[in-house]
Design a protein around this ligand. Structure first.
Ligand code: NAD
Ligand code: DAU
Length: 339
C-alpha cells in the first residue's frame, strides 16, 4: 500500500518512516514536508534513494499541491505529523500554529474526502487535556477527559482533533486520532528538553530549567509511539481517540540530573530560569484503551531509551551542531539570552 506521511522530515515523522519501511517491506511511502526550521532533509538521508520512497517539499495548507499529489499517488493511508510543535514558540507567535495545525489539517481532511482516501490518522498530543495538579498522583488523562488546552500550541492541536472528529461524525470520514505523551529518541530537534540538555551539557553550557523544575512529563521512546500508530492505522476503530503513554513520569529536574550523570557532567551546570508562561504542571496518560483493545505496550524502558538517545547524539554530532550553528542561534539568544 501507499502511505502518505506529512511532516516526515521532523522528529517523530522521520522515525515513523524508518519504522514503517522496516516493518512493512513492499509498501510505498510518500513524505510531504514544508521543511520549516524543524524539518531536516538530512534526517531522511538513509531512505532518500530508496525506490519505494518519495519526498515532496510542500505545505499541507497548499490545496492545489495536495490535489496533484493525491491524483498521482492515491494514498491508501494518510498520517498527519505535520505541525508547529514547540510550546515556547507558540507563546511567542501563535499565528503560524493556527495556520499549519488547524488550517493545514482541514486541507488534508478535505483532500482525503475528495479522493476517497480509505484511512486518515491525526497525530495529536496529551497536551489537549491541559494539565493535572502535582499533588493528585492518582489522576490521569483518559480519552473522555475534557479538552482544556493551556497554550496556543495545544489549543491548535485540540482544534484539529475536534475538526477530525466532526468529519468522522458528519461525513462518515475514516479517521482516527492518537494523543501521545512526550516522546524522546534520535533526531529530535534541539529546542526540546532532552536534546537541548544533551547538546548544552556536551558543550559545558548552562542547563536552563524552567521555574522550580518540579513539572512532570510522561516520557515515551519514539519507536513505541510509531508502533502504536501502526496498530491504530491497521486495527483501530474509525472515529476513535487512543491515548498513548509511557507510564514513565519524571520531574524535569530529575531528568536533567539523570542526563548530567549519564554524560559525566557536573550538576553545577543546572541553572534555574524564568518559568514558561502558563506552564502545564503535570501530564499523565492512561493508555488502557490502546493496551486492552489493540494489545499495545511500550517496549523500550527509560533506562534503555535514554542511553540509546544519548548515544545517538554522541554519534551524530554533525547533525545537531549544524542545526545549532544556523538560525537556531538567534532563537536561543531570544529565548534564553535574558531569561
Ligand atoms: P517536529 O517539529 O520535529 O516536526 C514537524 C515537521 O512538520 C517538520 O518536519 C516540519 O518541517 C513539518 N511542517 C511544519 N509545518 C508544515 C506545513 N505547513 N506543511 C508541511 N510540513 C510542515 O515535530 P514532532 O515532535 O516530530 O511532532 C510531530 C507530531 O507529533 C506533531 O503533530 C506533534 O503535535 C505531535 N506530538 C509530538 C510529541 C512530542 O513529544 N514531540 C508528542 C505527542 C504528539
Ligand atoms: O506532551 C506532548 C508534547 O510534548 C508535544 O505535544 C509537544 O510537541 C512537545 O514539544 C512536548 O511538549 P513539552 O512542552 O512538554 O516539551 P518541551 O521539551 O518543550 O518541555 C518539556 C518540559 O521541560 C516542560 O515542562 C518545560 C521544560 N523545559 C523545556 C525546555 C525547552 C525546561 O525546563 N527547560 C527548557 O529549556
Amino acid at each position: 500500500m501507499t502511505v502518505l506521511v506529512t511532516g516526515g522530515a521532523g522528529f517523530i515523522g522521520a522515525n515513523f518512516i524508518f519504522y514503517w519501511l522496516n516493518a512493512h517491506p513492499g509498501d510505498r511511502m510518500v513524505c510531504l514536508d514544508r521543511l520549516t526550521y524543524a524539518g531536516n532533509l538530512s534526517t531522511l538521508r538513509p531512505v532518500l534513494e530508496r525506490p519505494e520512497f518519495r519526498f515532496v517539499k510542500a505545505d499541507i495548507c497548499d490545496r492545489e499541491t495536495l490535489d496533484r499529489l493525491f491524483e498521482e499517488e492515491h494514498p491508501e493511508a494518510v498520517v498527519n505529523f505535520a505541525a508547529e510543535s514547540h510550546v515556547d514558540r507558540s507563546i511567542e507567535d501563535p499565528e503560524v500554529f493556527l495556520r499549519t495545525n488547524v488550517m493545514g489539517t482541514a486541507a488534508l481532511l478535505d483532500a482525503c474526502r475528495k479522493y476517497g482516501t480509505p484511512r486518515f490518522h491525526q497525530v495529536s498530543t496529551d497536551e489537549v487535556y491541559g494539565d493535572l495538579p502535582l499533588d493528585r498522583p492518582e489522576l490521569r488523562f483518559t480519552e473522555t477527559t475534557n479538552l482544556h488546552a493551556s497554550s496556543p500550541y495545544s489549543a491548535s492541536k485540540a482544534s484539529a482533533d475536534l475538526l477530525t472528529l466532526a468529519y468522522c461524525r458528519t461525513y462518515g470520514f475514516p479517521g482516527t486520532i492518537s494523543r501521545c505523551s512526550n516522546n524522546y529518541g534520535p533526531c529530535q530537534f534541539p529546542e526540546k528538553l532532552i536534546p537541548l540538555m544533551i547538546a548544552n551539557a556536551l558543550q559545558n553550557k548552562p542547563l536552563p530549567v524552567y521555574g522550580t523544575g518540579k513539572n512532570v512529563r510522561d516520557w515515551l521512546y519514539v519507536e513505541d509511539h510509531c508502533r502504536a500508530i501502526d496498530l491504530i492505522l491497521r486495527k483501530g476503530r474509525i472515529g476513535e481517540v487512543y491515548n498513548i503513554g509511557g507510564d514513565c513520569e519524571l520531574e524535569n529536574i530529575a531528568l536533567v540530573r539523570r542526563i548530567c550523570r549519564e554524560l559525566g557532567k557536573p550538576e553545577s551546570l543546572i541553572t534555574y530560569v524564568a518559568d514558561r508562561k502558563g506552564h502545564d504542571l503535570r501530564y499523565a496518560i492512561d493508555s488502557g484503551k490502546l493496551r486492552h483493545e489493540l494489545g499495545w505496550r511500550p517496549e523500550t524502558g527509560f533506562e534503555e531509551g535514554i542511553r540509546n538517545t544519548i548515544r545517538w547524539y554522541l554519534e551524530n554530532r554533525d547533525w545537531w551542531v549544524e542545526i545549532i550553528s544556523g538560525e537556531y542561534r538567534d532563537y536561543y539568544e531570544k529565548m534564553y539570552g535574558n531569561r
